[in-house]
Ligand binder design. Sequence first.
Ligand code: FNR
Length: 362
Amino acid sequence: MMTRLFSPLDLRDTTIPNRVMVSPMCQYSCEQRDGLATDWHRTHLGSRAVGGAGLVMTEATAVEPRGRISPEDLGIWSDEHADALRPITEFVREQGSVPAIQLAHAGRKAATSRPWDGHDPLGPDEGGWAVVGPTDEPWPYEGEAPPTERLSVEEIESVIDSFRTAAERALNAGFEVTEVHAAHGYLLHEFLSPVTNTREDDYGGDFEGRTRLLREVTQTVRDVWPDEKPVFVRISATDWLPDRESWTLDDSVRLADRLGVDLLDVSGGGIHPDSRPEQAGPNYQVRYAERIREETDLQVGAVGGITTPEQAEALLANERADLAIVGREHLRDPYFALHAAETLDATEEVESPPQYRRAFGF
Ligand code: FNR
């Protein structure tokens, strides 16, 4: 049977061999707190490439040290960081998958301990640092918040520059796709949303001002990324805060075509502790991707609550999205794509690792 899930997706000159993407997921596993990829990242990302996913995306990879969520996050702020990532991109390619990197800055949500250590803000004596945002208003922590500094226009320019050099290094490390992380309440989302951006200068105020930083970052990344390779952006399609002035799905539709990207990765929420999904369970964010797809010329990726092959196939076949982005199910099952090929009777359409063929029966 010809499936949609195992049909290739062509973006510029890049062919993604199937439409399963490993969603970016922080591993909090740079034990030395230096942002350098470790054996954990090589094994984790490598396994998912062996497992058949068409595109394997790294976790949020910080463009500068203060842009890490936790001190154990991956970074790409020096050539040494690119060198540590290169074996991963080579291995992912050897498996027939496309290596992709999510470039990120955590803004005012940076400098916290990892989830299994409590996800609390870290003071300077615990390895924390002063975090930055569109204003000096901190994330509303229950306890004491770390000092939050408002970025000046000169500092904003330096953040844009950090994205530029990060993209250059990502290319040098062998990545094929780069994704700008503008979702989940991190720095670029903090500028988009009126909940967090109350600036009155060129980077705040109206829709034009609030979207300026993301548009400039995306343009900068696009400028250094080769013409034949795709750029993605991940957004939170809505803040899920209908009771106040916030970023809405209408705003996302309005912004989407102006970003000049090849694919929009459509997520949601994260800007404030009150932000809660409108819907839970399977496909809980797919309708945002669907609406953006309908109203723009963009290809879109849907993420959130996609856990079964049938579900992934249906949302693609019904033209609700172009790429099925699978997060937590990939933590449960690194071989999600190979299992999906078996379930959907699509084993002819997928390259399986010869080492594992006897087990998978194809
Ligand atoms: C995430 N998520 C996430 N998102 C992102 O854009 N960058 C990131 O680094 C991370 N890190 C991360 C770590 C872990 C452990 C989880 C579970 C999630 C969000 C993730 O990519 C995805 O959008 C959500 O998990 C929803 O998709 P699933 O899990 O329902 O398929």
